[in-house]
Design a protein around this ligand. Structure first.
Ligand code: NAD
Length: 432
């Protein structure tokens, strides 16, 4: 099939590449000329495991191409995916200017029947707005489908190629049939393509992300309470997770959720509630608890240094909002670093993939190390903020030699407490 993907970021590029992988001819469109130049030169503009291999293979096979022209995209594709940003607006709602701006232009450019598929995460009712924006100018038939994306950064290729489910919100039989045909190769193992109305599809995405954010947040509160009463959150987590109604995943406490999705999606659902006369009290709590949790290590650090961080050398391991990505949007590390800098600390950070993104944001405000050990040289303490696997089994004696102060603040509970203490460190983690 002939596909155009409008917006070639984390979702658009993975979608385009993985659709090409099953034989479709895909044209990816982005307004960012520099990004498009890079991709045309065979360079993957983001870090996402396994994406490079598929990217190269499909470019070589001429199934994957790139352009900045929306017009070309519309001429090429029978199915037009929108994978555009829906960032948080000032009032917490999802900003639809990218989606509706492109929809307006599609209306002006569309010359024959197309299925416009919204992959971006959008509030309930957006597909009606997209339809209206296109219909304002369009002189031909078209359908709008809501097809929320559930891929996880770090596992995006696998998630796209082998999805647990595909949600398609559509009220057009013609469009539904096309979507089923397109996605059939990805659900050969029997996972479902769930067809529903557009509004339910839009809400399914927000409900899923908000539920997961609430699960993480609940566990973070339990961890904080463990510290008050002398319980061990690791034990509680295992005790809870073995109940199949609860499940083992998303029960790991830490320094809050971040990233490009959970923070904005929880806020957008909360705002959607308000706009429809519904007060999502649970989401209010999730938002507030998470904001506090991102800084949960700060009082512990202050306490350790007797409230005097001026001139203290703090090493930071991990900048990305989670492992296996270079994405730093809403990363807890950045909130912590800002607070530590404001109190006069010197920061030296290391992250396997996210340093160039942080360099663009923070410039010379912090130092960047070439390795996890280099970051520790003369450090008074180490703060761990992302659970990259290379941090999981460090050489503690090497760390001890490099560091001046032997204290680790671990926001991701990477180690057994007794192991780190036996190595001669003071070890402060979450809920233990
Ligand atoms: N990142 C994720 O893990 C993830 C997962 C599921 C859903 N989503 C949702 O998918 C959507 C896209 O997210 P993302 O992380 O891929 O965003 P992104 O910022 O990585 O990518 C968006 C791309 O759109 C381009 N763009 C902006 N305006 C454009 C225009 N007018 N024409 C063409 N291109 C344009 C940008 O240059 C950028 O490359 C969001 O709604 C997000 O909530 C993201």
């Amino acid at each position: 099939m002939k596909i155009a993907v409008i917006g070639t970021g984390y979702v658009g590029l993975v979608t385009g590449t993985c659709l090409a992988e099953t034989g479709n001819e895909v044209l990816c469109i982005d307004i960012d000329q520099e990004k498009v130049n890079k991709m045309q030169n065979g360079e993957v503009p983001i870090y996402e495991p396994h994406l490079d291999v598929l990217f190269e293979r499909n470019i070589k096979a001429n199934r994957l191409r790139f352009s900045t022209s929306l017009e070309e995209g519309l001429e090429h594709g029978d199915i037009i995916f929108l994978a555009l940003p829906t960032p948080e607006d000032e009032d917490g709602s999802a900003d639809l200017k990218y989606i509706l701006g492109v929809a307006d232009n599609i209306g002006k450019l569309i010359k024959d029947y197309k299925v416009i598929v919204d992959k971006s995460t959008v509030p309930v009712g957006t597909s009606d707005k997209v339809k209206a924006a296109i219909a304002k100018h369009a002189k031909v038939e078209f359908d709008v489908v809501s097809n929320p994306e559930f891929l996880r950064e770090g596992f995006a290729v696998d998630d796209f190629l082998k999805p647990e489910r595909i949600v398609v919100g559509s009220s057009s039989e013609r469009a539904t049939k096309l979507m089923e045909k397109l996605y059939k190769p990805y659900v050969r193992s029997g996972n479902p393509i769930i067809i529903m109305d557009e509004k339910s599809a839009e809400l399914t995405k927000y409900a899923s992300n908000s539920f997961l954010a609430a699960k993480i947040t609940f566990m973070n509160e339990i961890a904080n309470f463990c510290e008050k009463v002398g319980a061990d959150v690791d034990k509680v987590r295992i005790g809870m997770g073995t109940d199949s109604r609860i499940g083992k995943r998303f029960l790991f406490p830490g320094i809050g959720y971040g990233g490009s999705c959970f923070p904005k999606d929880v806020k957008a659902l909360h705002k959607s509630g308000q706009e429809n006369n519904y007060n999502f009290k649970i989401l209010d709590a999730v938002i507030n608890v998470n904001a506090r949790q991102k800084l949960v290590l700060i009082p512990k650090i202050e306490n350790h240094f007797d409230n005097d961080l001026k001139g203290k050398n703090i090493a930071v391991w991990g900048l990305a909002f989670k492992p296996e990505t270079d994405d730093i949007r809403e990363a807890p590390s950045l909130y912590m670093i800002e607070e530590l800098l404001s109190q006069g600390a010197n920061i030296t950070a290391f992250d396997p993939e996210a340093m160039s993104n942080v360099k663009r944001k923070l410039g010379t405000k912090i130092n960047f190390a070439n390795s996890m050990y280099e970051a520790l040289k003369d450090a008074d303490a180490l703060v761990i903020s992302t659970e990259w696997s290379i941090f999981r089994t460090p050489d503690f004696s090497k760390m001890k030699d490099l560091m001046v102060g032997h204290t680790i603040f671990d926001g991701r509970n990477l180690y057994e407490v007794k192991d780190v203490v036996n190595e001669g460190f003071k070890y402060i983690s979450i809920g233990r």
